[in-house]
Design a protein around this ligand. Sequence first.
Ligand code: IPD
Ligand code: CA
Ligand code: CA
Length: 257
Amino acid sequence: MNAHFVAGLAVEAGTILERRPGARVVRVKWGTDIVTEADEASERFLRQEILRHYPDHRIVGEEFGSSEAEAAWEWFLDPLDGTVNFSRGNSYFAVSIALAHHGVAQVGAVYRPLTGELFLAERGRGATLNGEPLRVSDAGQVGEGIFILDWGRQTSRRDTFGVLGAIFYAANKIRSFGSAALDLCSVAAGQLEGFIHPGLAPWDFAAGQLILEEAGGTVTALEGGPRTIEAGSVAATNGHVHAEVLGLLRPGAAPSR
Ligand code: IPD
Ligand code: CA
Ligand code: CA
């Protein structure tokens, strides 16, 4: 599979988003969980291009779902990751595309239109940002690290805080930006040490996970099991702090300050 093709799709879909600032909200999924015209326009474009070139591939997209038919090759599309930011004029949003073979991501592309940053990885071939190799940070302790904690819906936040609380107290700095795909890429770029999320869909993390792993990082579920391409929790780090993070995520881990 040609990573160049996947990257090109991400950039073209990003250009659609760039042209639609302040796009109209077409649906409200839940609370502030919205869908804009731009989400749908981007996914429509991606589906059309993929099916034109690969009619026998399966597409799993956030806005228009997936077909029942099984296929060896599957595309996981987040046509606009960070919709809430986008709808408020905040530039922290991206297009995220992963291509998997028998359930294992082979190519991942995350494109941030307003900065022109293209994160790209191919399994076994490393990860790049606009063609330059990406590498995670060297930090070896949670206490010296910057962590992105993301919180999910209001109804589940009390439980989430119970799980993430120990990291909240132990980390040097805490951030929360609103695009899981870009968050994973920031860890891959060595800007931060980790990203923790209680529950994501495969289109949110599949591309970012591959990019981070190819940059030397580690991604598991919060309980430490492998992060497969099914929906679930995500603990993503530079690798050096992963064991410490999983220890802090264990139920009952005491706040350290
Ligand atoms: C959301 C973002 C956000 C995460 C949410 C996702 P969307 O994706 O990645 O950071 O906290 O769980 O749903 O809805 O903007 O594509
Ligand atoms: Ca998303
Ligand atoms: Ca989305």
